[in-house]
Design a protein around this ligand. Sequence first.
Ligand SMILES: *Cc1c(COP(=O)(O)O)cnc(C)c1O
Length: 387
Amino acid sequence: MIDHPISYGRQYITEEDIQAVVEALKSDYMTQGPRIAKFEKEFAAYLGSRYACMVSNGTAALHLCSLALGIKEGDKIITTPITFVASANGFRYTGAEVVFCDIDPDTYLMDLDKLEEILCKSPRGTYKAVVPVDFAGYPIDEERLRHLAEEYGFAIVVDACHAPGASFTDSKGNKNMVGGCQYADLTCFSFHPVKHIATGEGGAVTTNDPKLYERICLFRTHGITKDPEMLTRADGGWYYEMQELGFNYRITDMQAALGSSQLKRLDWSISRRNEIARKYDKAFAGTALKLPYRQDGITHAFHLYIIQTEKRKQLYDFLRENRIFAQVLYIPAHTMPYYKALGWKEGDFPVAEEYYEHCLALPMYPSLTDAEQDWVIEKVLDFLRND
Ligand SMILES: *Cc1c(COP(=O)(O)O)cnc(C)c1O
């Protein structure tokens, strides 16, 4: 028996991570120093993207994408209701009208057939961006999305906050890392403590487009540039210009040091998460639980291990009594009072709402011990037996 609480996710900080932060603290820079550029280079190299821009959090990353794409009041974007509200909010900040698209009942990702139904009803260019979420760590079909983008004229902004380290194989047989942006225009990540890389707060945008990259960097730092190529005058070495109304969305050097240190363990973390998933799969095979969807050619990042059960509330409460803090993710965004006030209502997305009634995320993080996982499994099976 395990007598300490077990949460659905948590950060894993090693002595090496701590040393990396200590070194940053002893250096000349707390922010805007060399550790940020280093982390950006390493992260882009890992994903295979041309550029990575480190920012203060994942929500800022999404907001910066909206700014960089020039999305403004009255423009429309499409996202999924089964996500953290930030996926939609990042675009609301620039005035976008957010349209939701229902999810696929197996992958729980944006249903691309339903997306096409929405797109084909309006003239090309009606929607400025489509923002799919690699929910739980399962990558969206970016290749199909690219075909739709060519046909209907929108930018692809993948919210991959759950999916650093995930990959998919395209029709040419090539392996694509999520965030490598072979098909997407922009990809966003978060380094919140429950995510794969934990820097406290932190996030990133990756892209292969030099123009978008330039704008993301500009909006990250107040809209200010010192780049001689971009300046309208040259008063002297001190001279800078504010060219846009930007923000302070910078990350610090301490956080970047922590990110670089953890990036070294990302592959290990993904394989450990997959090992935990396989053990759950095996333990719950043949029960009434619906288990996560799998497909060949896909590396699932397993940010979350989601089950579905008819007795979700009872199982949630039973696990809590045993100090196992499983979590319900997510309450559909369109049912939030804020989005309801914009015209959405219960019943708009039946698949998402049905999912929400039954979903539960079991503990899933790389430092979950075998004994802890055995305890979680035992309690879930106890519940199913006594039910
Ligand atoms: C965590 C998360 C975000 C926001 O990231 P923060 O770093 O917390 O701002 C956005 N989208 C999804 C899907 C997330 O899980």
